[in-house]
Design a protein around this ligand. Structure first.
Ligand SMILES: [Zn+2]
Length: 55
């Protein structure tokens, strides 16, 4: 058996540009990054700084 294809994960990287700081980040990473109002990408550090954005 070849090992080449055995490490494929369903891990999707989606790069977005933060609405607040213009920093590029992976929105699919499991951190505080999220879409504000389901529309504006907010990175992890901005989400932590502006906790009120989360809801
Ligand atoms: Zn940001």
């Amino acid at each position: 058996m070849e090992k080449e294809n055995s490490k494929i994960k369903e891990e999707t990287v989606k790069i977005e540009t933060c609405y607040l700081c213009n920093h590029e980040f992976n929105i699919n990473k499991k951190d505080s990054s999220h879409y504000h109002y389901g529309k504006y990408p907010i990175c992890d550090s901005c989400s932590e700084s502006y906790a009120f954005f989360k809801s």
